[in-house]
Design a protein around this ligand. Structure first.
Ligand SMILES: [Zn+2]
Length: 168
């Protein structure tokens, strides 16, 4: 019994190393799959494993749990905002959206909790909201790497919310 308690504590502790409030919940006990984004919980972390997902999605062997990334997306809990604007952006919108899509796929390959929550137009610029500050930074840097322009990071005080502005 004590041993079981220790194990539970350790897993919970490992899961709380991130400051992300959505990761402070108890981790699933064993394996799980997210029916919304197809992420898989294995080896104590969420990851992308399409084979595993395909194998178990229509069975009762593995519980289906909405992953923390999807819960944030559903709750509209953004930790990153990316603002894109400028005449160059308007002209190359399609290419830039492709870079964003590729970068999201790459980020999800490392950690499926990175997701775009929503994308919309506001005050003549495109706004992209992300589930993690890390993803917004990554997208901003990828666009800057490809096209230069002006990239500005603004962190909100005291928490992990970041607003990133790219303009060209
Ligand atoms: Zn998910």
């Amino acid at each position: 019994m004590a041993r079981k308690g220790d194990k539970w504590l350790r897993e919970r502790h490992e899961y709380q190393t991130s400051e992300d409030p959505y990761l402070t919940d108890e981790a699933p006990a064993g394996e799980a799959i997210c029916p919304r984004c197809h992420a898989v919980f294995r080896d104590k972390r969420w990851l992308i494993d399409e084979e595993f997902y395909e194998e178990y999605k229509d069975t009762d062997f593995v519980p289906k749990i909405i992953c923390p990334g999807c819960r944030k997306a559903l709750d509209h809990y953004a930790m990153g905002y990316l603002y894109l604007s400028g005449p160059f952006y308007e002209k190359h919108r399609e290419e830039i959206m492709r870079i964003i899509q590729n970068e999201v796929e790459r980020a999800r390959g490392v950690n499926p909790l990175h997701q775009i929550i929503t994308m919309y137009e506001e005050d003549g610029r495109t706004v992209i909201e992300t589930t993690t500050d890390h993803l917004a930074q990554r997208l901003g840097r990828a666009i800057y790497r490809a096209y230069k322009g002006n990239l500005t990071f603004r962190w909100s005080e005291g928490d992990k919310l970041v607003r990133i502005y790219w303009e060209r």
